[in-house]
Design a protein. Structure first.
Length: 180
């Protein structure tokens, strides 16, 4: 057993940082903490603000992102596009897996009687609109292929061409005659 010179309590040797140390770990920590706060006060900084929780940080980030998207939509779009490209480059196997999964999902939702020629024409028309106008157009499934409430088919009657923003905003959360 060893006695701390600062607090005077007798403690086991593993409560000290070094064999020849005269202060226990608790006393060394409190001295360091007091020194830190004294230095902050001397610098005129005052006590340190408490750390924010991860939920608070995410909420603040959402507000900042929404403000940025509203104020600078073109720059925001460019940044998102670059971020997507970087992610695809960094994780090519995950990107390929996502694409394969989507294709398999469409294949599984395509019945034999679907008119594949008309479906190809719809995709081609979407590509042409994007090329001619410079705006991004998507082929959207009116009734989503995968949703907690309903699963649509990958057929010509369930396809529509939407601008990219409307399609992304719609996601798979809405469709005609959707239950409340």
């Amino acid at each position: 057993m060893k006695t701390c010179n600062k607090c005077g309590i007798e403690k086991s040797p593993d409560c000290f940082y070094l064999v020849h140390s005269y202060e226990c770990k608790d006393c060394v920590k409190s001295r360091a903490k007091n020194y830190y706060y004294q230095a902050r006060d001397a610098a005129g900084k005052g006590p340190r603000k408490p750390k924010r929780s991860p939920e608070e940080i995410r909420a603040i980030d959402r507000v900042r992102s929404a403000k940025f998207r509203k104020e600078q939509p073109e720059l925001s779009k460019q940044r998102r596009t670059l971020a997507c490209r970087r992610w695809t480059k960094k994780y090519p196997e995950k990107s390929a897996e996502r694409a394969r999964g989507r294709e398999a999902q469409k294949k599984g939702a395509t019945p034999r009687w679907a008119n594949k020629f008309i479906m190809q024409e719809i995709y081609h028309l979407s590509w042409l609109r994007t090329r001619v106008t410079g705006l991004q157009f998507h082929v959207d499934h009116i009734v989503p292929l995968n949703s907690p409430l309903v699963c649509g088919l990958h057929v010509e009657h369930n396809l529509q061409i939407l601008d990219g923003g409307s399609n992304v905003a719609k996601s798979n959360r809405s469709w005609p005659d959707m239950p409340e």
